[in-house]
Design a protein around this ligand. Sequence first.
Ligand code: BGC
Length: 364
Amino acid sequence: MRKLVITTTAVAAVALLALSGCSSRSGDDASGDGASKGFEKGSLIGVALPDKTSENWVLAGDLFKSAIEEAGFKADVQYAGQSTPVPDQQAQISSMTTKGAKVIIIGAKDGGQLGTQVKDAQEAGAKVIAYDRILTDTKNIDYYVAFDNFKVGQLQGQALLDGLKAKFPDKKTYNIELFSGDPGDANAPVFFKGAMDILQPKIDDGTLKVVSGQTDIKQTATKDWLAQNAQNRMDTILQGSYGSAELDGVLSPNDTLARAILTSVKSAGKPAIVVTGQDSEAASIPLIMSGEQYMTIYKDTRKLVKQAIDMATELSKGDKATTTTTTDNGAVKVPTFYLDPIVVTKDNAAEVYKDDDKLAPLTK
Ligand code: BGC
């Protein structure tokens, strides 16, 4: 009897949910019913990308243009400029909405500052897909597609530990410094948390010492992901905290910053260190092969762009897009498709990049 009551209640709840799903966008579901009414081939798909802070963004823009057209839609691909990136992106998204885009794919410069634009976009009937970086504190987001950012951080943290052990087999403790990305990029704290998930226990037990004492994300941040900002901070730390102390390793969130950190260490005349990275930028692959940069992460942009276009194509047919999980953006649980990031050192680079025409030759 009890079972029956529960079942009946459950059925009623499902029916109610289904009803509310039909009539309006409501509750905690980011996209209401997830599916769209569908739209025709030839419709406009907008892509708003941030300023070109790393190679992956440049690659993404080119790939989006061709992939959207190959899928049978019209493409409007825009980048934010460097001087006023947030207002640029706001204006670009509004313009895509005005032009009647059916899907707007956004790699946000600052994921917390596009709330008004995505609300307008959805109200005009567009689906909003966050690309690589989630949009925070807004309910007006339908989907998120990215490489698993927390995992990226964990892989970087673990690689830093592995690299230190391999490079300094006689040491029991290591001096390190920590860097994180741009505070406006929602990925930056996630990479950092993932890395600290691995590193914090080793800081607590004394294996790792952050000599500058700068372990808070506000102290480690790199404004705008700019190489110069990381280089300046590393210069200052080396001057202020490393008189006679040796620096052994640095957690760097990406390749652009890793190279800037290496430049700083070199010009201070310090011995080689273990440094992490991300993105598999062409400029870093020779450094990986020579061991100057210990590791990077491969996030194949071709796969991420394809996934975003596959989502748009599913939506064009009136289907829900395929997802693997959800991500809490502070306002809703966003249906998410995560791809797997791959850790790369000189030991597996040739194998990992073997199908990548641009990177494979660099491992020879
Ligand atoms: C991306 C990284 C990139 C960084 C700087 C992040 O949001 O996930 O791949 O290195 O932005 O462009």
